[in-house]
Design a protein around this ligand. Structure first.
Ligand SMILES: [Mn+2]
Length: 339
């Protein structure tokens, strides 16, 4: 995955130190890894006197406000275009596919140099000026942690930085459960705890903060899951109607695909989420017997071997479901050209 534009920490440090204003951003519907990475980097950049802003296409879920008590993250609006045009560099965090910065894409790519920092593979056709991609890192926050440690290995990280990085790490490793959890993940956690964070406080914000609407929606999902391929494949569909009935939002689906994967005998779990009429977000999770990012790639998506996603646009839900059942059936039977 190394290419000519893949930079190392000292390259990044040089780029930052010689740069004018810096824009930080992450993908639409940002998660704790994207937000934590940009917030941690923001505090660092400000501490070295850089002018920078965090501007995201989507707003932030209220439950993540603890990551940004001072309110540095901003939601994009066109009146920010003048500032964005004045930015020298944009650092895109946790976003290997530039399409996932939504309606900021054009202004960012036309006016600034771009650095993609990620642990997902960069999608083909993306034209980042530089990339810092390491597929072996459990989170993008882990890359930021290593970068900050490459600058100063001695002193404690500030509480806002350590909080942001811990949230990134704990969510992307599924609380240190997923296959990507390694020794360094625990070393990073240890370093952040030494820096003064209290893991349980962060855990409470993220995991003991469910809305009633989310629990209602999960109940509906559990009632309506379907099993295929001798129970190895579980599929569930959430339509706009389901969301409306539960008064839930797209944000409330976080963790559902993982939850369904946790059922005994299930190897692959898949969610079809109707994001707007006849447009679907597809999430795949695998327990490890099958890799599924190749399936996601068939749908022009991508991701990690055991956690990937794609979009299916302008199809009926029945057709979207059929497409997925066919792909997964081939994958499980092993008689396909997918793997
Ligand atoms: Mn991530």
């Amino acid at each position: 995955m190394r290419d000519m534009n893949n930079i190392n920490f000292s390259d990044l440090q040089q780029l930052i130190s010689s740069a004018g204003p810096i824009l930080l951003t992450t993908h639409i519907n940002p998660d704790c890894d994207g937000l934590g990475s940009e917030i941690a980097l923001y505090h660092h950049l400000r501490s070295i006197g850089k002018e920078c802003r965090i501007i995201n296409t989507s707003g932030m879920r209220d439950m993540y406000n603890f990551l940004d008590l001072e309110g540095h993250t901003e939601k994009y609006s066109p009146d920010m275009d003048d500032w964005i045009k004045s930015a020298d560099i944009t650092i895109l965090l946790d976003i290997g596919d530039a399409n996932r910065i939504g309606n900021m894409k054009e202004i960012v790519f036309e006016n600034t140099r771009t650095i993609c920092i990620d642990h997902h593979p960069v999608r083909k056709g993306n034209s980042y000026t530089y990339t810092m991609v390491n597929l072996h890192e459990p989170s993008t926050g882990s890359i930021i942690w290593k970068y900050l440690r490459s600058l100063d290995s001695e002193s404690k990280l500030t509480i806002p930085i350590a909080t942001a990085l811990y949230a990134a790490l704990v969510t992307d490793t599924g609380s240190f459960k997923y296959y990507n959890t390694n020794e360094e993940a625990h070393q990073m956690a240890s370093d952040l705890i030494i820096s003064g964070i209290i893991p349980y406080d962060i855990h409470k914000h993220i995991y003991e903060n469910r809305s009633l609407e989310q629990v209602r929606l999960l109940g509906r999902v559990i009632e309506n899951i379907n099993f295929y391929n001798n129970g190895e494949f579980v599929l569930f569909i959430i339509t706009l109607f389901d969301l409306e009935q539960c008064r839930a939002t797209h944000e409330d689906i976080e963790g559902f695909t993982d939850f369904c994967r946790s059922i005994r005998g299930v190897e692959i779990s898949c969610m079809i989420l109707e994001e707007s009429e006849n447009n679907f977000r597809i999430n795949f999770r695998s327990k490890g017997k099958y890799i599924i990012n190749d399936v996601a790639e068939k749908l022009n998506g991508g991701g990690h071997p055991l956690a990937a996603g794609a979009n299916i646009l302008n199809q009926s839900v029945t057709d979207a479901e059929k497409t997925i059942l066919t792909l997964i059936n081939k994958k499980i039977r092993g008689d396909d050209d997918v793997s």
